[in-house]
Ligand binder design. Structure first.
Ligand code: PBG
Ligand code: ZN
Length: 358
């Protein structure tokens, strides 16, 4: 950069009281100083006026872990601030959330009987269908109930399907998932969310639901779900760790980007209503690519490991929790998410974080 002299009537951005004069500056004369991006950053009002990304409570979905029993509020050690609830305590907690505008929940069942074939996953007596009907009875259309559809919390081996000689059989697993999805729809779920990553399950579930008259029960597909270490705390919460091996033969390889578009477009073709990318923070590039490839609404799942890292660092005073959380949420929305599934949702609305600066 050369030291140059320019003729200026302004000094430091303010009109000079003096005659035009020569000042010395290090700004090269190729830079047009009539253009100053800092102008609209000057005050909070102008920053808010030009903000390209605006968060809204309608974007948030709050996950719940529901279990049998009465009066249960059992904190999950690996996820500070998150608990297992029984149906009675769940209803009271959901009521509190509703008062703050959290009107969409995603349910996971825990503590169900685990068998080789995961048959409790589609029993009407299982905790998820019971919780769905209790919630819908209590809140009706004021609450939108989404259920996670996957059998890993219901199989003795902890895999997301039918295990045969160490390999998860795709088509038999799809049959099981269809039955599970149907049992949730029959209980009154507004939307089912298959999280298993079997091929062809969205089309099969859509057909199963339609054949039974549930044409208006939606499907949010965990379309792009990576085999990720970020699910660690969840597996304690849901007691759903695989007893042997890992999930890499069905969940996606974090090294792949093009393949996410294939998965997303397949699910769109098969009849998904909403697509999802999961995890979120380490996959913002994927969120943007999928968003650009589809016309469907896009969700991201800000998963347990992402949540617990923030909570752990905040509890040690290492970071400013509110600002970090809201910066993360902003990043999801800016990357292209319309819907954010996050364990932070309750803090965000109850502590008024949507109104604060990030
Ligand atoms: C079940 C399921 C998992 C999550 C959502 N559904 C765990 C997994 O696939 O291992 C992860 C959610 C989280 O980490 O918050 N398949
Ligand atoms: Zn699973």
């Amino acid at each position: 950069m050369n030291e140059i002299a320019i003729n200026a009537t302004t000094v430091n951005g303010e009109r000079s009281h003096y005659e035009p004069r020569t000042i010395t500056t290090f700004v090269p004369n190729s830079t047009p100083m009539n253009i100053r991006p800092r102008r609209t950053r000057k005050t909070a009002i102008s920053r808010n006026m030009v903000a390209e990304t605006r968060l809204n409570k309608d974007m948030f979905v709050y996950p719940y872990f529901v279990t049998h029993g009465k009066g249960v509020v059992h904190p999950i050690k690996a996820m500070p601030g998150i608990s297992h609830f029984s149906i009675d305590t769940l209803i009271e907690d959901v009521r509190k959330g509703l008062q703050h505008g959290i009107n969409k929940v995603l349910l996971f069942g825990v503590g169900e009987e685990k068998t080789e074939d995961g048959s409790s996953s589609h029993s009407h007596h299982s905790i998820v269908p019971q919780a769905v009907s209790a919630l819908k009875k209590e809140f009706g259309d004021a609450l939108y109930v989404i259920t996670d559809v996957c059998v890993c919390a219901y199989t003795s081996h902890g895999h997301c399907g039918i295990l045969e000689e160490g390999y998860v059989n795709n088509d038999k697993s799809v049959d099981l998932l269809c039955k599970m999805a149907l049992s949730h729809a029959q209980a009154g779920a507004d939307m089912v969310a298959p999280s298993d990553m079997m091929d062809g399950r969205i089309g099969a579930i859509r057909e199963m639901l339609d054949d039974h008259g549930f044409v208006n029960t939606g499907i949010m597909s965990y379309s792009v779900k990576f085999a990720s270490a970020y699910y660690g705390p969840f597996r304690e919460a849901a007691d759903s760790s695989p007893q042997s091996g890992d999930r890499k033969s069905y969940q996606m390889d974090p090294r792949n980007g093009n393949e996410t578009i294939r998965e997303a477009l397949l699910d769109e073709d098969e009849g998904a209503d909403i697509l999802m990318v999961k995890p979120a923070l380490a996959y913002l590039d994927i969120i943007r690519r999928v968003k650009d490839a589809t016309l469907l609404p896009l969700a991201c799942y800000n998963v347990s490991g992402e949540y617990s890292m923030v909570k752990a660092a905040a509890s040690q005073g290492l970071i400013d929790e509110q600002r970090i959380v809201m910066e993360n949420m902003t990043a999801f929305a800016r990357a292209g998410c319309d819907i954010i599934i996050t364990y932070h949702a309750r803090d965000i609305v109850e502590k008024g974080w949507l109104n604060g600066a990030i």
